[in-house]
Design a protein around this ligand. Structure first.
Ligand code: SAM
Length: 390
């Protein structure tokens, strides 16, 4: 469905003023750059411009009063399953680093579960770019019982001391600014924004060399050329992002949860309009040029790219599975069965369905485990191994 078919709720006066300020900030930079910015730079500013971007300014974002709900926000069943996998990895001690911790709900639930299993990490570090979310994380962590809250630290940048343990990131890769392209006359054009009077408009331009180079590499992998007019995304930031984090992992595993696909499905010829999605007040649409700074902009993850980047960093791709297979392997059914109170049982069963069903979060969301220096098979991937699809 195109954005014009979607009714999103109108902006409040404050949101409209904010969106205007974000548009002016983007237009200012576009004019200084000769009138055009790549989509990647546009997305960077719309999400992260200091004081203005969606993740840098003060809107609620996650949860019922925000724009979208993530798996850890939907149910602590998810985080307890993550804790099950962490418990295996922390058997001989170690620490956890969570990148992009949202409201801190997963951190709180994972720590609570690991405490119950007498398997607490030495510390739980959080790396967060959003000051507003870091604030919410601090408030949530402060409410944890003594012995847990003091294990949590917030980092300004990636740790200098290498980590032995687990690195977690749920729905962070999809928030990395990406490039967008369109196929025209069999060649690639780069999509970006241009200033048109007082408006920002999408405009195609000759692709920059880094995108052409990557496109040429990808095109050599496809059995047939992509159809005329095909639009999609390429996230060139995955490699540098992963390399930075991989450098911090001396021994252990990185668990990446996100909606995404192996490359052959990501660039399927029938996926004509790409994977870009915007979230505003729980409506999903595909127009990134509206609601600037007050809506989330995301793109699905090309997990083949993540695997390639991991191998370049010397990590092993130790597991790739759907979210449903991971949660089933880490005991979600047991958690539901353990609830003896009928109301609690029904609540957990309903939440499990949303996390597991293919039409909800079970199939579109995937989990990838990247490891260094580990021999044991990870329990979360015991039921499914999709690595051959990458
Ligand atoms: C879609 S939210 C997911 C939040 C949380 N993980 C959850 O599942 O509820 C994306 C999170 O990643 C953070 N983020 C985005 N880019 C980041 C980066 N480069 N480094 C650290 N955090 C980042 C955002 O501020 C936000 O907390």
């Amino acid at each position: 469905m195109s954005s014009s078919d979607i009714m999103t709720p109108p902006l409040t006066a404050d949101e409209a003023a904010h969106a205007h300020a974000v548009a002016e900030r983007i237009a200012l930079e576009a004019r200084a750059a000769g009138g055009w910015l790549t989509f990647e730079r546009f997305m960077d500013l719309a999400l992260y411009a200091p004081g203005l971007g969606y993740y840098s300014a003060g809107s609620v974002k996650i949860g019922a009063g925000g724009d979208f709900v993530t798996a850890p926000e939907l149910s602590d069943l998810f985080s307890r399953c993550v804790a099950e996998q962490c418990a295996q990895l922390l058997e001989h001690g170690g620490e956890i680093l969570e990148v992009g911790a949202g409201t801190g709900r997963m951190a709180a639930a994972v720590l609570t579960e690991l405490a119950a299993r007498n398997c607490l990490p030495d510390r739980y570090a959080i790396l967060e770019v959003s000051a507003e979310l870091a604030d919410r994380q601090r408030r949530r962590v402060a409410a944890l019982p003594p012995g847990l809250a003091e294990r949590v630290v917030w980092l300004e940048r990636l740790p200098e001391r290498p980590i032995d343990g687990v690195i977690l990131a749920n729905e962070v890769l999809d928030a990395l600014p990406c490039r967008r392209f369109r196929i025209q006359n069999g060649a690639i054009l780069e999509l970006g924004v241009a200033v048109d009077g007082q408006m920002l408009r999408e405009r195609a331009a000759p692709a920059e060399p880094s995108l052409v180079q990557e496109w040429t590499r990808l095109a050599a992998q496809w059995s047939a050329p992509l159809p005329e007019g095909y639009v999609s995304e390429i996230c060139l930031r995955v490699g540098p992002w992963l390399a930075g984090i991989a450098d911090c992992l001396e021994r252990g595993a990185m668990l990446l949860f996100d909606y995404g696909l192996p490359r052959a499905h990501y660039y399927h010829p029938q996926r004509l309009a790409g994977t870009l999605r915007c979230h505003y007040k729980h409506r999903v649409h595909d127009d990134p040029y509206v609601n600037l700074g007050v809506q989330d902009i995301t793109a699905w993850v090309d997990f083949t790219r993540v695997a390639e980047a991991a191998l370049e960093c010397g990590l092993e791709v130790a597991g790739f599975a759907t979210q449903a297979a991971f949660l089933l392997a880490t005991g979600i059914e047991r958690q539901v069965a353990e609830a003896t109170d009928p109301v609690e049982h029904a609540r957990r069963a309903g939440e499990a369905r949303r996390l597991l069903l293919p039409a909800q979060m079970g199939e579109a969301f995937k989990v990838m485990a990247l490891t260094r220096g580990l021999d044991a098979a990870l329990c979360g991937f015991a039921l499914q191994d999709l690595r051959d699809s990458l």
